[in-house]
Structure formats: structure tokens, C-alpha cells
Design a protein around this ligand. Structure first.
Ligand code: 1GP
Length: 239
């Protein structure tokens, strides 16, 4: 059953905030999966996102299978490339990098992915992906050869254009390990202009920063690096 998106909408409607833990297949060993997921299960995390900028062939499928034997939480692909598509997940963020002007990441990879996607049963969720300036060059910037946005009106207009194009989710990305998370000012401005759920990620390392993102209007926050660097962060986020 394809319920991932509907469940996000239901949470947003009822005012429930969501947290996705991002796992990079390049950085997670299969041996560490049981203990990592056990801590994750005891936290307020509501989703697991899987993806990275440079992941080897087949690594994603094997990792998702292992994770799914330890949790009931939805596992969503957040792919850096077409080779990260695997049928073992529940859904896929079909990301278009609308902050950039590289046709490969606006539509090219999407066309390339169709033969693979059509052999899966994944729930495909159209998502506008907006890279925001955060203090240092990020992997997304390097891989996609696009520049992040820093003008607040341009950010808000980009997001609105994505919504009007029919995108179902909007993802404000500061980049993995960003020095500065997306500012409250940007989140507030963007949220005021759209009706679709807003995802915010990049550089969030503390409970305070997480709560600030929620307060500013993020519906779903994504955190990866903070858990990679120190799994005891799960203790701050217990159910
Ligand atoms: C990266 O937004 C995600 O794509 C999460 O970022 O790793 O900095 O938490 P962090």
C-alpha cells in the first residue's frame, strides 16, 4: 500500500512534527545496523531516509533490507543517483534540484531512472530540492555543479514555482554537515508561501536547533551527520 505521502499529510494536518534519520550507505556497516536501528526505534524518529552522494552499486538495496528487518518505520530513498533505486524501500523522493540550472538534476536523471523505477513498486513522491547557502561548499554543490541560493526572495519564489509545478513536497537543504542550518527567517518566509509539507535538513546537530526548525515551520526535519558522529544524540530524542 502506498501510504507514505498520505501519512505525512495526515501528520501535518494534525500538527505532528516528523523527524527523518538519514543513513548514508557509504557510512553505515551492516554490522552496525541492529544497534543503530534499535536506538533509532526508541527515539522520536518517524522516518528513515537512505541516500548519499557517492554510493556503490547494490549497496543501497542490501542496507535497506537489513534495516527493514529491525524496524516498522517507513524507509524512503533519498537518492544521490539512479543506482540507489531499490525495490526494497517503501518510497522514493523524486528530487528535482530546482535551485540549480543543471538539466541533468532538473529532469535528466529522472528520465534515466524510469526503466529501473517501472520495475519497482515504490511510492514515488515528487519533491522540489532547494540548495541553500550554508557557509561552505557541500557535496550536493560539488556533484551537481550548481550554486546554492542565498537571496530570501529568490528562495521563496523558487519554492512557490515548484509547488505550482505540482511538486508534493519541498526540501530546503543546507547540505550534509553544513556549518549553519537553514535560518529561521528563511523557513518562516518559505512556509508562509506554500501549502505542501516542508522538509528542512543540513547541519542540525542539537535538540534546540531541531525545535527551532519546527517552530519556524518545518514539518519534517532530516538529520544525518549528528547521528553518524555521535549515536548518543538519540538519547536526547527519546520518545
Ligand atoms: C543532508 O539534509 C541532510 O542531505 C542531512 O544533513 O547530515 O547535516 O544532518 P546532515
Amino acid at each position: 500500500m502506498k501510504v507514505v505521502y498520505q501519512n505525512i499529510i495526515n501528520s501535518v494536518t494534525s500538527g505532528k512534527k516528523l523527524l527523518a534519520v538519514l543513513i548514508d550507505p557509504d557510512k553505515m556497516t551492516l554490522k552496525n545496523v541492529p544497534s543503530f536501528i534499535s536506538k533509532l526505534n526508541q527515539s522520536v524518529a518517524s522516518h528513515i531516509f537512505i541516500g548519499g552522494s557517492t554510493v556503490g552499486e547494490n549497496a543501497t538495496g542490501i542496507l535497506v533490507e537489513a534495516i527493514k528487518t529491525h524496524t516498522q518505520l517507513p524507509v524512503i530513498l533519498f537518492p544521490g543517483d539512479v543506482n540507489q533505486i531499490t525495490n526494497t524501500a517503501d518510497g522514493l523522493l523524486f528530487l528535482s534540484l530546482i535551485s540549480g540550472r543543471n538539466p541533468e538534476y532538473l529532469i535528466g536523471k529522472h528520465v534515466e531512472s524510469i526503466s529501473k523505477l517501472s520495475k519497482t513498486n515504490l511510492e514515488v513522491i515528487s519533491t522540489g530540492y532547494v540548495l541553500i547557502e550554508s557557509g561552505k561548499e557541500t557535496a550536493v554543490e560539488r556533484v551537481t555543479k550548481t550554486k546554492p541560493l542565498n537571496n530570501i526572495q529568490e528562495i521563496a519564489d523558487t519554492v512557490k514555482a515548484g509547488e505550482l509545478l505540482g511538486m508534493k513536497l519541498m526540501y530546503l537543504e543546507a547540505g550534509s554537515g553544513a556549518i549553519n542550518p537553514i535560518s529561521s527567517e528563511i523557513i518562516i518566509k518559505v512556509k508562509a508561501g506554500i501549502k505542501i509539507p516542508l522538509i528542512v535538513g543540513g547541519g542540525i546537530r542539537t535538540k534546540l536547533q531541531l525545535e527551532l526548525a519546527y517552530k519556524s515551520g518545518a514539518d519534517l526535519v532530516v538529520i544525518g551527520t549528528a547521528f553518524e558522529e555521535d549515536e548518543s544524540f538519540f538519547d536526547d530524542l527519546k520518545k
